[in-house]
Design a protein around this ligand. Sequence first.
Ligand SMILES: Nc1ncnc2c1ncn2[C@@H]1O[C@H](COP(=O)(O)OP(=O)(O)OP(=O)(O)O)[C@@H](O)[C@H]1O
Ligand SMILES: [Mg+2]
Length: 149
Amino acid sequence: MKKPQNELRCTFVSNSCNEALARGIATSFLIMLDPTAEELADVRCSVSEAVTNSIVHAYRGTSGEVAMILRSYDDGTVKITVSDRGCGIGDVEQARAPLFTTAPDEDRSGMGFSIMESLSDKLTVKSALGKGTKVTITKKLSSKKSSPT
Ligand SMILES: Nc1ncnc2c1ncn2[C@@H]1O[C@H](COP(=O)(O)OP(=O)(O)OP(=O)(O)O)[C@@H](O)[C@H]1O
Ligand SMILES: [Mg+2]
């Protein structure tokens, strides 16, 4: 894998107020790369879904750390990983299926992974029960600007 042109790492506790914070951080990182309004909205929404999952599902009934790493590459590709050390997912394929949710009574619709998949160019999910989950969102920006202006 080629070296990123820019990289930002952050960790925050799994408080729901940090969903907006994570969106804001992703926006600040991307804006330097001159994204279209649609690309920016897509990344903001994907980050929100991934971070919300870590906060809501991974650390259910407890709290823990969520890590987010943003990287940009010289061809305009942006990769964002959101990881937690929470409960993990037993069957990732099932979890990624549209409408699958383990929290229907909390008004969850089971569409988070499907949304992330449709708004990104690639979505990878690695998870182990009892160890945690790592979601990587890949988005290619049309501007091809890889470094801050
Ligand atoms: N970080 C995570 N840790 C543990 N389980 C997770 C994590 N992310 C997702 N899951 C599991 O995968 C399921 C599907 O996630 P998805 O985001 O698609 O739907 P949802 O969160 O249930 O509903 P929605 O995102 O529409 O509010 C969740 O219900 C949960 O069981
Ligand atoms: Mg979700």
